[in-house]
Design a binder for this molecule. Sequence first.
Ligand SMILES: *[C@@H]1O[C@H](CO)[C@@H](O)[C@H](O)[C@H]1NC(C)=O
Ligand SMILES: *[C@@H]1O[C@H](CO)[C@@H](O)[C@H](O)[C@H]1NC(C)=O
Ligand SMILES: *[C@@H]1O[C@H](CO)[C@@H](O)[C@H](O)[C@H]1NC(C)=O
Ligand SMILES: *[C@@H]1O[C@H](CO)[C@@H](O)[C@H](O)[C@H]1NC(C)=O
Ligand SMILES: *[C@@H]1O[C@H](CO)[C@@H](O)[C@H](O)[C@H]1NC(C)=O
Ligand SMILES: *[C@@H]1O[C@H](CO)[C@@H](O)[C@H](O)[C@H]1NC(C)=O
Ligand SMILES: *[C@@H]1O[C@H](CO)[C@@H](O)[C@H](O)[C@H]1NC(C)=O
Ligand SMILES: *[C@@H]1O[C@H](CO)[C@@H](O)[C@H](O)[C@H]1NC(C)=O
Length: 555
Amino acid sequence: MSRFVIIFILLAASGFILIVQNITSLENLSGHVTFALLKIQKSFQSSFEPTETLWLSELSNTFCAHLGQEPTPEEAKEEKYLLNSIAWPGPLVQGLPVEFSSSPKKSYFVIQGPAKQHVGGQLVVNVHIQNFLGLPKKHGGDFLIARLHSPELGAGVAGKVHDHNDGNYTVLFPLLWAGVVQVQITMVHPSEAVVVFKRLNKEHPDRVFFKSEFRSGALSEVTECNVCLPFNQKPICNYTDPIIGEPWYCYKPEMLACDTRINHYRGGYRMNITTKYEKQLFKRGVNLKVPIPASGMEKVIVIPAEKGQIILNDSSAGYYYNNTWRPLNGAVMQQFHDSAAIKQCLRGKLIYMFGDSTVRQWFEYLSEFIPVFNIHTPLKVYPFIAMDSKNKILIQYRIHGPPVRFNRVFISTLTYVANELDRIKGGPNTVVLLSVWAHFNSFPIDIYIRRLRHIRKAVIHLLNREPATLVVIRTPNLMKVNETSILLDNEWYSFRFDAVLRAMFQGLNVQFLDAWEMMLAHHFPHDLHPRPAIIKNMIDVVLSHICPVKEYIKD
Ligand SMILES: *[C@@H]1O[C@H](CO)[C@@H](O)[C@H](O)[C@H]1NC(C)=O
Ligand SMILES: *[C@@H]1O[C@H](CO)[C@@H](O)[C@H](O)[C@H]1NC(C)=O
Ligand SMILES: *[C@@H]1O[C@H](CO)[C@@H](O)[C@H](O)[C@H]1NC(C)=O
Ligand SMILES: *[C@@H]1O[C@H](CO)[C@@H](O)[C@H](O)[C@H]1NC(C)=O
Ligand SMILES: *[C@@H]1O[C@H](CO)[C@@H](O)[C@H](O)[C@H]1NC(C)=O
Ligand SMILES: *[C@@H]1O[C@H](CO)[C@@H](O)[C@H](O)[C@H]1NC(C)=O
Ligand SMILES: *[C@@H]1O[C@H](CO)[C@@H](O)[C@H](O)[C@H]1NC(C)=O
Ligand SMILES: *[C@@H]1O[C@H](CO)[C@@H](O)[C@H](O)[C@H]1NC(C)=O
């Protein structure tokens, strides 16, 4: 048996070398050649790992497919549109040796235009991606982020990256302040790594798994739970929400009944899910969030605008100046430095926060000023309530429904945002702050889309009931990553969530809080939980929405 395997590997390896040789000599892959290569590649792969391939294809057909409600034709149409809008290009041939994958250090960017440019203009930067052999890439799909900044001014703005799908990218920055500005382009992931992330969500949606404890009298049992569980293995308990139909399942305990479930928590991670080859595609200091160097100048001098108004054509949410966020959407940003200013703004308001720990951070920030009300329960038991009876301020934070990776949440407090929104009266003194994304990273994106669809429906109902209700939706943001954490959470997943979230709530009377740009434009290291200085800027944006400057007229 083992001899057979060795021969197999030798045969496969020699086939591999042949392909590599052919590719090395063929820099220009015509469509014809590519097709042929794809065919070879396929037969190569399936002869190499026959059992694994079979198992995977079986799994993707059974996992989830039978559980959860069918979308209506209209929902299916929207989902198709959304998926098309976030379609991501990638390598024409998969599984090539790592030398052919994108290398940030071998890639470079070139600033276009003169060394002196004007405020109000646009800085254009071309990025050329090359592989480890120093040869230009011929396809797109590398995940790049870009920032323009002036450290001594505390100024920064996010750039917009356009993928030309041929190995070249253009990054556009609005020029918003005078001074020396520095370009910073980072390859978060090569396109070849994105292929792996797509595979993981399809084939291993249960790599983050959950558990629940069941209890009755002295009897206690724990079983595994998830959005869906492998079909036909063991008896399951069906916790699908009766109102909105969000699916949730646990394996049935041996002795106890399904209705004895008392809590929900993160069960653990299944991490042995990448091959040795794939691991090479996200190496710290090599191709995981590594800066791309400049060819030529990496700074330009921005001088004040010439006479005559320059109309800025840019869709940035805002920028930092003197480390203070300045929105570009016409809203006036105010500073709420002290308790008195915050209380005055929030007087008479009911604030509901729903979502993950990224909105809980806002609760924690505000609870420095508005006392937390928890008579019997220590913090970390939901919901959190802060109250100022003198000023009639009530702030509530609730976690969203499962999946939630927190340590332990009681079933009684684990409710879906959509259902909670349906219980809110709404009105001019009601503020709803939503942030739902971080716990969905390891799942196929349709699970996130379905969740947002339910929340959106409830938001629409709320705004129909009480159009003066203020709804603010916090977008996903960049985070700190390492070679293992990216298999569960990564910025490529969050980037796509960001796009889907904006598309689904576009046109509704809701405000976005652009956490993505507020993190990217700042000089702090990226973190799932932004640091206090960024949180302060976010809270100032939210409070500026709650208490707008009345006399301001947009010109
Ligand atoms: C390599 O290219 C030659 C022609 O250039 C072709 O005959 C041969 O089949 C190719 N081998 C593989 C493994 O693609
Ligand atoms: C690649 O193709 C282009 C045009 O299709 C041609 O000009 C160029 O010489 C080719 N390069 C190589 C290395 O064959
Ligand atoms: C990409 O940019 C390089 C360098 O400017 C250029 O030589 C190449 O032609 C560009 N590729 C395409 C497909 O435009
Ligand atoms: C779970 O319950 C929901 C609604 O009650 C139902 O639509 C779904 O088919 C059930 N799932 C299974 C696997 O029986
Ligand atoms: C990881 O998985 C591979 C095959 O899927 C298996 O051979 C190996 O023993 C596993 N390693 C660990 C530490 O579980
Ligand atoms: C603004 O920029 C976009 C692309 O960045 C372009 O499509 C659009 O035509 C521009 N609009 C104006 C008025 O220049
Ligand atoms: C920058 O911000 C600090 C406080 O954050 C303030 O004291 C200072 O006056 C600001 N400078 C400018 C130029 O706005
Ligand atoms: C990677 O990040 C995770 C989560 O932030 C952390 O728990 C883990 O220890 C880190 N691993 C390494 C190798 O740094």
